[in-house]
Write a protein that binds this ligand. Sequence first.
Ligand SMILES: Nc1ncnc2c1ncn2[C@@H]1O[C@H](COP(=O)(O)OP(=O)(O)OP(=O)(O)O)[C@@H](O)[C@H]1O
Ligand SMILES: [Mg+2]
Length: 318
Amino acid sequence: MSALLRIESLSKHFGLRGGGRLHAVDGVNFELAHGEALGLVGESGCGKSTLAQLIARLIDPGAGRILFEGRDLAAIPAERFAQVPDRARIQMVFQDADESLNPRHTAFDAIADPLERLKGLAGTELRLRVAHAAELVNLPGELLGRFPHQLSGGQKARVGIARAIAVEPALVILDEPTSALDVSIQAMILKLLDRLRRELGLSYLFVSHDLAVVRMLCERVMVMYLGRCMEAGPTAAVFDRPRHPYTAALIDAIPGTGRRGARPRLEGEPVSPVDPDPRRCRFHGRCPRGEQRCREIMPELDGGRSGAVACHFPLAPA
Ligand SMILES: Nc1ncnc2c1ncn2[C@@H]1O[C@H](COP(=O)(O)OP(=O)(O)OP(=O)(O)O)[C@@H](O)[C@H]1O
Ligand SMILES: [Mg+2]
């Protein structure tokens, strides 16, 4: 499978006003194949949204490459990227439809906006494309004239998705797209997303803290911890036979997995992401296996598409 997206040594550090640098994303590498869905999981604050925004080119990286369809997009400043044709090829769906939809724009306007800006469409052609996008997400045409406050949460989510797919992207980045919705609505939207990916041949980068959702929707998963990728591979393999002690703890923390107690629980808080020791494994201190070596040499992600882990003492493979 050829890669649609290849991320190389991508980093984003935020300079803090009180001094110090917060390492939100730190030397991340991965690939996303055409038509593939990659789940991005990890605790709050591990850098998932920052990584998503870097790849969507909403913010500029400090270092690294974002090779998309063979071109390095990291070199294009975020504000200029908004105008290049590639903008249409990478679209983002946000967690909070209320925040991403303009309250003074109707559903029609919201879906039409990127088609006008990025594809230069107008008139009948524009109306047809908006209607088609609405149909793809099962949004009844009569709702297109409504404003966000006149729509339900599920309907707003559909508008956000229609807006993203209307411009025919290759990659859709979804940052917790359903976590603001009721469980029953969530299930419908997830099914919709799954169907759209297959029908339209889309690739997804799917950010979620819900491992069950990732398992349902994504063939591959990447586990982040404090800005670093700790483990990546096929979803079933990573979840059934985690190799990184952090992944194992994350899975054991899900209620109902029935494995509580089988392995040490995740205890304590992550260390600070501000000026972390570059030699030390980020998980050291919280890791049940932490040894001298883990304090002295930061483990790099090692392995291929069938499974990669950044740990000196990984759990045994199956
Ligand atoms: N503009 C910013 N300035 C300074 N620090 C930031 C900025 N944006 C994010 N951060 C910090 O970067 C780290 C990663 O944040 P990010 O939002 O990417 O995490 P996340 O994994 O998406 O978390 P969540 O699951 O809660 O959404 C956090 O420590 C956060 O406080
Ligand atoms: Mg986030």
